[in-house]
Design a protein around this ligand. Structure first.
Ligand code: SF4
Ligand code: ZN
Length: 312
C-alpha cells in the first residue's frame, strides 16, 4: 500500500493521524500545527503583553521543554518579550537531579537564562526528607504528590518573583486540564474548579500571574513535538508518581478518549463554558498574608506552612 500523503501540504508522507480532526500530517506540518495552536491559544486567551517578562517553569520533562522551545521560537517575533526558565528542585534523589541537568543543557542551547529554586533552600527540607519525616511520624494520610503540589506551586511563584517576571508559563497540557476538572469534581472542590484556568486571576500582587499556553495541546502531541524536534528530555517517571489520584483519572480519560475521540477537549470546553456561572456562585476569599512566612494566603496560616509545621 502506498504511504498516505499529508492532508495539509499534499506533498510529504504522512506520519501521524490526528483522530479528532481527521488530518494525516507529515512531521513538518504536524510541528507547524502545534506551534500555530499555541500561538492561537496565547492570543485567544490574552496571555501575553508585547513587553512581558515571561518565566517558563521547566521541569526537564517533554512538555515543559517542548513549551520552552516553542516560546523561544515565538520570542523571535516578539523581541520585546523577555524569557527566563525557572526550575524547581524538589529534592527527589535519582530523578530530579537528572532532570535538572537536562533542563540546564536545553536552556544553554537556547541561550535562555535559567534560575533554579530548591525545596531545601526554601523550606529546609527536600521532598525525600519530607516523606521520610512524615513516615517516621506516622503521617501517612497525605501522598508525596499532596506535599509536592502545594510546595511546588509556592516554589514556582517564588522563582518567578525572584527573576522579576510579569507572568509564569507552565506546560499543563489538555490532558492535565481535563484531569484537573474531573479530579476537582470527584473531590467536590467547586472553588478550585473555577480557579484553575488558562490565565490565573490577579488575586494578590505577590502572586505572579500563571498562564498555560499548552492547555489545548494533547499530551501525546506535545511528546511527539519533542521527539520530532530532537529535544532531549527526561522520560523516567517520578518514583512517587504511582501514588497520585491523578493516575486513576488519567487512565479513565485515556480509555474514554480512545473510545470517544475528543473527550478531553469536550471536558475542557465544557468547563470553559461553565466557569463564569460557577464564579458567580462562589465566595472569593480576600487574601491576607500568612502569619508564618508572609506569603499571600486565604487563611492566617498558609497551606505550605501548615504542612511544614506538622513535620516539625
Ligand atoms: Fe511531585 Fe508527585 Fe509530580 Fe513526583 S509525581 S514531581 S511527587 S507531584
Ligand atoms: Zn505536510
Amino acid at each position: 500500500m502506498a504511504p498516505l500523503i499529508c492532508t495539509c501540504c499534499r506533498h510529504n508522507d504522512a506520519f501521524y493521524f490526528r483522530a479528532y480532526s481527521g488530518e494525516c500530517l507529515c512531521k513538518k506540518c504536524f510541528a507547524q500545527s502545534i506551534e500555530a495552536k499555541v500561538r492561537t491559544t496565547i492570543t485567544r486567551c490574552h496571555m501575553l503583553q508585547f513587553d512581558d517578562h515571561l518565566a517558563v517553569a521547566v521541569s526537564g520533562g517533554k512538555d515543559s521543554l517542548a513549551l520552552l522551545y516553542i516560546l523561544a521560537k515565538l520570542h523571535k517575533f516578539r523581541p520585546k518579550t523577555t524569557l527566563t526558565a525557572v526550575t524547581v528542585d524538589e529534592g527527589i534523589k535519582g530523578y530530579r537531579d537528572e532532570a535538572l541537568d537536562i533542563a540546564v543543557v536545553n536552556c544553554k542551547k537556547l541561550g535562555i537564562p535559567h534560575h533554579i529554586v530548591s525545596f531545601k533552600e526554601l523550606y529546609g527540607f527536600s521532598l525525600d526528607e519530607i516523606i521520610e519525616q512524615a513516615n517516621q511520624r506516622g503521617q501517612t494520610k497525605l501522598t508525596a504528590c499532596a506535599y509536592c503540589g502545594v510546595l511546588r506551586r509556592r516554589a514556582i511563584n517564588a522563582g518567578a518573583r525572584a527573576v522579576k517576571a510579569d507572568k509564569v508559563a507552565t506546560a499543563h497540557t489538555l490532558d492535565d486540564e481535563a484531569q484537573t476538572v474531573l479530579m476537582n469534581i470527584l473531590r467536590g472542590d467547586i472553588a478550585r474548579l473555577a480557579k484553575e484556568k488558562p490565565v490565573s486571576d490577579k488575586v494578590h500582587p505577590m502572586f505572579v500571574q500563571k498562564i498555560k499556553p499548552f492547555c489545548e495541546i494533547l499530551e501525546k502531541e506535545s511528546a511527539l513535538y519533542a521527539y520530532i524536534k530532537n529535544i532531549a528530555f527526561q522520560d523516567t517517571p517520578c518514583p512517587y508518581a504511582s501514588q497520585a489520584l491523578r493516575n486513576d483519572v488519567r487512565g479513565m480519560l485515556n480509555r474514554m478518549e480512545e473510545k470517544h475521540t475528543g473527550t478531553k477537549f469536550t471536558v475542557f470546553r465544557a468547563m470553559e463554558k461553565l466557569r463564569p456561572a460557577i464564579e458567580e456562585t462562589i465566595h472569593k476569599d480576600a487574601f491576607k498574608v500568612c502569619v508564618e512566612c508572609g506569603e499571600p494566603s486565604a487563611l492566617n496560616l498558609c497551606k505550605a506552612c501548615e504542612l511544614l509545621q506538622q513535620l516539625r
